[in-house]
Write a protein that binds this ligand. Sequence first.
Ligand code: CTP
Length: 214
Amino acid sequence: MKKIKCLITAGPTREHFDPVRYISNPSSGKMGWFIAQASKEFGWDTTLVLGPSALPNIDGVNVERVVSAEDMLSVCRKHFDDCHILIMSAAVSDVRPKMFINHKAKKNEIDLNPQLERTPDILLTLSKEKGNKVLIGFAAETQNVLEYAKGKLEQKNLDAIVANNVGQASTGFASDDNKIDVILRTGEVIDFPQASKKELANSLIKFLSDRFFK
Ligand code: CTP
């Protein structure tokens, strides 16, 4: 049996204005971190590309730490060719400042109306070279969760998307529990009831293995 190679992203990205100021989001990286642990325990060869996070390395997982969306894209590119499945659970910042000041800016130097630009869409970029790989996205939403998630599944040419309501304290960004629905290309929606992120990560890897690698 071939050993499945799984590439996972997790955590936020930080898009710096200067060395001490940045745009980001409250993602803790926990969901993706537990998915990486579950993937390793399942026997998959696992690489975790982790944005800024207090979470430790995981024995037996190749953990690569990154800061910005641009870094995340370039590290993912390095591993993508070789992987069988990409699980993109990172909460990538959608925008970044156009200008970077390479020292700590003095108050008066800070532009009060900074120009922003979009970061690369990592999943969309990699999906252009999908081939036979299984691509799994995440959709963090606070409203119209299933509808928006289905849109992203189509737009990014994914095999499945994990829809996640981040508008609720008990299942939001930095919480210990989560509640997810997995939407497949067929339109099928699989409900995973609220549980700890660790339990959900184990169920998700088992589900993906049964669905895509049996
Ligand atoms: N994603 C990505 N690169 C980005 C933004 C998002 O690879 N610059 C990935 C996320 O990791 C996730 C999926 O795309 O797997 C959907 O991310 P999400 O933030 O929910 O949606 P966006 O595509 O950014 O769209 P919007 O912010 O308009 O909801």
